[in-house]
Design a protein around this ligand. Sequence first.
Ligand code: PLP
Length: 419
Amino acid sequence: MANAFETYESNVRSYCRSFPTVFSAAKGAVLTDANGKSYIDFFSGAGGVNYGHNHPYIKQKVMDYLASDGIIHALDMYTPAKEDFISYFQANILQPKGLDYKIQFTGPTGTNAVEAALKLARKVTGRTNVFALMGAFHGMTMGSLALTTDASSRGGAGIPLGGVTHIPAPYMYPEMDTVDYMETLITDDHSGVEKPAAVVLEAVQADGGIYPMPVEYLQKLRAMCDRHNVLLIVDDIQAGCGRSGNFFAFERAGITPDMITLSKSIGGMGMPMALLLMKPELDIWSPGEHTGTFRGNQLSLVAAKAGLEVFVNEDIASQVAQKEAIVADFMKKEIETIDCRIQTRGVGLLWGVDLSALGGDALSKAVMTRCFENGLILERVGRDNAVMKLMPTLTVTPEELTTGLGILRDAIQNILAEA
Ligand SMILES: Cc1ncc(COP(=O)(O)O)c(C=O)c1O
């Protein structure tokens, strides 16, 4: 099929290869293609549309703002849209949780926020090295790519990626205490490893294969970082904004990171936006030391505030808890029973179906393709892409959720039976 995309768009394009159709509309949890076929969306724009596609409240706020000739592009100048967002975020999300952070508006993609966090951690501590976990995904620009672990992303760098020591994730060696291991690297004068400025991690490792970090692990890591004056940075770009059930994915553990990165669904309805939250005493930036033309895009700020209002007013946290129970039950009764080698794990509405004991990339690709043919969009993550990633919109209806889960179950069952 020769078309404008395949003829002229770079070979680097990727998701369109998994879902080869032209998507022309989207509402709630459903995408529609140019042929009028609908798909339940268990991908949610890689986590960018937690509150659903074209959420009517958020969309109206954006349309009202456009109609009012409000300023759209203002760099980081003061605007009502920015003031409203900051005030609402502080009063309704951060302060009720007792969280005291200053907000840095970075360039609008997640990797921008991660780059800012790395720079600031190195500037504050005067150290270069950073610890990250094996299985981590933190973005594709050079600093965050050095944290990211998958070989294919790293292969694109073209230069050595340095300044990072990768630590086994806790699920990799269950018999080993990997926080003790980090502490040994820091304290042993024969470890051969530089003391880090920070430990960076996802509270739920997403692209590494859907691994919620155990609560005790996060708590122990927080205490270890405190003992050694090492900053703890939680990258909540994918697992944040309600995805885990709480607004922040680390809240399960009751810890307070020194810095938090946010992007994706902070933009309300898929508008580009990214933030770095930092404890006030870490804010030692000089004015303009980390800038960017598209920081705090005004339409994104309007959508972002409306998205937070949806989170609060529609009680997204309770909605996620109810739907998490549906998914957990389905996993146990309908997915794990297909074959005892299938593992499932997740939290909130971020789940993985791990097919690695049955097959790798080829099997998961066949399942993904069958799901797509039958009206379900979902992606694959983890080692050898062997984990089906379930990330429905948080506002998905229970019926849509169950229908999507059923399509996935049938696809796995049928592909295994055909093999
Ligand atoms: C945890 C995490 N951090 C950072 C990023 C990078 O975000 P972006 O693709 O917007 O640069 C991602 C993207 O998937 C992510 O999942």
